[in-house]
Design a protein around this ligand. Structure first.
Ligand code: URA
Ligand code: SF4
Length: 211
């Protein structure tokens, strides 16, 4: 398990990539998750949205952003004039990282570590190279670090237009970083309104690229 590289087939065929990713053993995360959750959406998308990792719903469904966070994300995209159907959604880490807790053995999310994100990055780069978007929206630090480098600080640099110069990326793209919609879903109502407004402001900045 020294990264996904050796599992990634050559070429830009997204379905071939998806099939290959289903049996990736590029890092230990495949052992505890139900399945690989590869990206999905419009293969000709101008916008690629990169989340951190599948949540519980997505791990079960095998499709990205099918749960509450995905619904919130779609609502926000719509509000800034980006048709959710026209984007490609994916994750920086394609197997869910979780741990069993308590007597019921309930699974809770664990944040992927840098090595896991690095191991999985070849899949993300392959998707981006196949699609060639104009804009990449990174949801949270894990996605931002994968594409903009380990020094990126979401709290300081969110909502700002960046140019991707990620090694391995064939075509540059604009990038905007915001927070994980999963984090917004979990906020109390009183805090959620402000946080959602900030989320929208970040996405509005991103949408400027498309005009
Ligand atoms: N994906 C994330 O990025 N965060 C979660 O909490 C769950 C899924
Ligand atoms: Fe492969 Fe990524 Fe899954 Fe690790 S998380 S096994 S690198 S697909």
């Amino acid at each position: 398990t020294t990264g996904a590289e050796r599992f990634v087939p050559p070429g830009d065929d997204l379905e071939r990539l998806r099939e290959a990713a289903a049996t990736c053993e590029g890092c230990p995360l495949f052992r505890d998750a139900e399945r690989t959750v590869f990206g999905a959406g419009d293969a000709a998308a101008r916008v690629v949205v990169v989340g951190e990792q599948p949540g519980e719903d997505e791990d079960r469904a095998g499709e990205p952003f099918t749960g509450a966070a995905g619904a919130l994300l779609d609502r926000a995209l719509e509000q800034v004039g980006i048709d959710p159907v026209s984007v490609w959604r994916t994750y920086a880490v394609k197997h869910r990282k979780s741990a069993r807790v308590g007597p019921t053995g309930r699974r809770v999310r664990l944040k992927p570590v840098r090595g896991e994100a690095a191991a999985c990055r070849p899949w993300l780069l392959a998707e981006l190279n196949a699609i060639g978007p104009d804009l990449v929206i990174c949801l949270g630090g894990t996605a931002a670090h994968a594409l903009l480098g380990p020094e990126f600080q979401v709290s300081v640099q969110r909502g700002v237009l960046h140019e991707l110069e990620t090694p391995g990326l064939r075509r540059s793209a604009s990038a905007v970083v915001t927070v994980r919609p999963e984090a917004l879903v979990r906020l109390r109502e009183a805090e959620r309104d402000d946080a959602f407004a900030q989320f929208l402001a970040d996405l509005r900045k991103a949408a400027e690229v498309l005009r």
